[in-house]
Design a protein around this ligand. Sequence first.
Ligand SMILES: [Zn+2]
Length: 260
Amino acid sequence: MMKDTKGTALKTSKSEQAGRLKQIEEEALREIVSKVAGKSAAELVPILKDKGHVDEFKIAGKAKITINELRNILYKLHHHDLVSSIRKKDNKKGWFIYFWSLNVERAIRSLIREYSKEFESQTSLLDSRTKKNYYICPKGHTELSEESSLEQNFECIECGELLVLKDREIEQRKINKTIDTIQERVNLLRELVHKYEAANKIAFEKDIIKVAKEKKEARAAAKKVRVRVAKREEAKLARVKAKAKAKRGERKAHKKGMKR
Ligand SMILES: [Zn+2]
């Protein structure tokens, strides 16, 4: 009884986790797609995700945009390797129709790279804000390094107010918070990448097993052919031998007849 309850609970949490990852994935895809091709492009994500290759006219219809608007977006995404296409000839109309699919894994990896760049720039910002003093206008007009402030006699160019030392701690806390958020985001995205890698590994192993099975079947088929050919040769040889024996018998009978 206890076991059952536990087992069910475990299953639920597993499917919950899968659902959570799916949601993270969709959000991440929307994010990278809008970064590359504009905010409206994000609407293509649910149309393309997990759908294989989709007819471009169907995509345009579902997204409620013209085929030219769609192609503009798709070309931008294609330029960043986020989508790929295949074409098929329409036998009725005689022209080619393009089918598009979303390169989910590549898109997620590309978003991780974006975040890594942001991480680097925030880290160097934190570094400079830890080592150097900055001065600000109390009315919020300007923010200058110590050297620049000295050149201006610590006066705001806009209003002439005396500049004040910026509170380092508040700023550092803010940057640290941004860095933490980025780190958290990257960790989630890495979880997705691990999921893809595991799936790729399984697919790869399945492929190896499939190839091995095919080789074994080919070997078995070749053996069957060899056995069949050998049997046929054997039968042929037996027929030839039988014929020769019969002829010998005939000749013997003939000779006997002659003697009489
Ligand atoms: Zn000012």
